[in-house]
Design a protein around this ligand. Structure first.
Ligand code: AP5
Length: 220
């Protein structure tokens, strides 16, 4: 199964992607996490990505598409994948279509996580992530770690992402509305979009997403 997860910054894409990928036994591919891993390792790609991410802008398509393509071509993604944060504009969506077409495969569904803007701001303000692995995500109020400041999964130090400052979040939301939202219409044109109300408990959102995939016949 091949799924794309869309939604504004802080909607809960990473949180849901981890859970859905585990249930559906497909890899969770997050371009944000891939960039952050490169930043931690201080690679050239990481240095380039950081300058765009800290300003709340998209990393240029050329490097993003090449990185995503490389990850999707790894053996564990042969049977399917769940994309989180990619594609993020129409030209990335077109590049993904072209890549899938060349492999004779296609997407099964695009899950659009719907959350009001004031909730997104609250979720981002309280988010803390693990220094060892940015897919280990916590929240000051909604998902407190057992031990203050330490990751429940690996014990790593929890910190606030550099791009979670108020100004950068405002910019990221603007970029989402102008550049990423248009991909929802693009995929509606292909009949792939399923809207998931993403308010409420994390478990409830996961259940809604799994039920929606089942209804769409995209859970096999
Ligand atoms: P990326 O890492 O993809 O960030 P994002 O899309 O802005 O999304 P977030 O990671 O902020 O939020 P999320 O929706 O995953 O929410 P989460 O699950 O953490 O991208 C970062 C940057 O990288 C971009 O700005 C760009 O520069 C660059 N980039 C990435 N991909 C790119 C691409 N394709 N092209 C170009 N540039 C790219 O949840 C948020 C918080 O809420 C957490 O604390 C969580 O615990 C909590 N939470 C989650 N669900 C719930 C719930 N139901 N109830 C209460 N709390 C909840």
């Amino acid at each position: 199964m091949r799924i794309v997860l869309v939604g504004p910054p802080g909607a809960g894409k990473g949180t849901q992607a981890t859970r859905l990928a585990e249930k559906l036994r497909i890899p969770h591919i997050s371009t944000g996490d891939l960039f952050r891993a490169n930043i931690s390792r201080q690679t050239e790609l990481g240095k380039l990505a950081k300058s765009y991410m800290d300003a709340g802008n998209l990393v240029p398509d050329e490097v993003t598409i090449a990185m995503a393509k490389d990850r999707m071509e790894q053996p564990d993604a042969e049977g399917g994948f769940l994309l989180d944060g990619f594609p993020r504009n129409v030209s990335q969506a077109e590049a993904l279509d072209e890549l899938l077409r060349s492999e004779g495969i296609s997407l099964d569904a695009v899950l659009d996580l719907e959350v009001p803007e004031e909730e997104v701001v609250k979720r981002i303000a309280g988010r803390r992530i693990c220094r060892n692995d940015s897919s280990h995500v916590f929240h000051d109020e909604y998902r407190r770690p057992q031990q203050e400041g330490a990751c429940d999964v690996c014990g790593g130090e929890l910190y606030q992402r550099d791009d979670d400052s108020e100004d950068t979040v405002r910019k990221r939301l603007e970029v989402y509305h102008t550049q990423t939202e248009p991909i929802i219409d693009y995929y509606k044109g292909q009949g792939l979009v399923v809207t998931i109300p993403a308010m409420g408990a994390v478990d409830d959102v996961t259940r809604r997403a799994l039920e929606a995939l089942k209804r769409e016949g995209a859970d096999a």
